[in-house]
Design a binder for this molecule. Structure first.
Ligand code: 5GP
Length: 195
């Protein structure tokens, strides 16, 4: 059976990264997609592990060579998902998890209608601000920009398949595991043979 193409979106600071990390620790057959971005690395981020950090001409070359499954400009930077590793993982029967913004999520849905779109919802706007401030990785004006972007992102929720509130990481991950189980049981995912 092919793996599932899972898109995880939600506002910056909602905890998508932690959820994806815990999910990949709990499920052995998960491939966490590594995106390309023109953003500079934050302290501790590694090239090839957290992102492929590239410049704008390189990014545009990837678009033109059709190497990206989806791409978008988020805040001031470009982000995109390299196509090949995702489909290799799916063909190996692994689940491919894409932690991407809603513009990217909707592109994936158009190109791969079988994809499962999961939106991570913050417990509240105040909690989101606290988490962004605590994370302390972004300048104050970038935090405000990310909060403004967050309310725009919430508008895309209705296009997604599932909403998972992240008040406790373990609960959110358990819900995503339940979604995976349910999606694997969908009749349309079985290659039915004609009698
Ligand atoms: P950050 O700069 O905080 O790592 O990510 C900023 C936003 O870009 C997050 O919402 C993240 O999900 C999104 N993002 C990361 N990689 C990709 C990608 O490959 N494609 C798209 N469309 N969004 C991405």
């Amino acid at each position: 059976m092919q793996g599932l193409l899972l898109v995880i979106s939600g506002p910056s600071g909602v905890g998508k990264g932690t959820i994806c990390r815990v999910l990949s620790q709990r499920l052995p057959n998960v491939y966490l997609s590594v995106s390309a971005t023109t953003r500079a690395p934050r302290p501790g981020e590694l090239d090839g592990k957290d992102y492929y950090f590239i410049d704008e001409p390189q990014f545009i070359k990837m678009i033109n060579n059709n190497e990206l499954l989806e791409w978008a400009k988020v805040y001031r930077y470009y982000y995109g998902t390299p196509r090949r590793p995702v489909f290799n993982a799916l063909d190996e029967g692994r689940h491919a998890v894409l932690e991407i913004d809603v513009q990217g999520g909707l592109q994936v849905k158009r190109r791969a209608p079988d994809a499962v779109l999961i939106f991570i919802v913050p417990p509240s706007q105040e909690e989101l601000r606290c988490r962004l401030l605590k994370r302390n990785t972004d300048a104050a004006d970038e935090i405000e920009e990310r909060l403004a972007w967050a309310s725009r992102e919430m508008a895309a929720l209705k296009e997604y398949d599932y909403a998972v509130i992240n008040d406790r990481v373990e609960d959110a991950v358990a819900k995503i595991e339940a979604i995976i189980t349910a999606e694997q049981c969908r009749v349309r995912r079985f290659a039915l043979k004609e009698e």
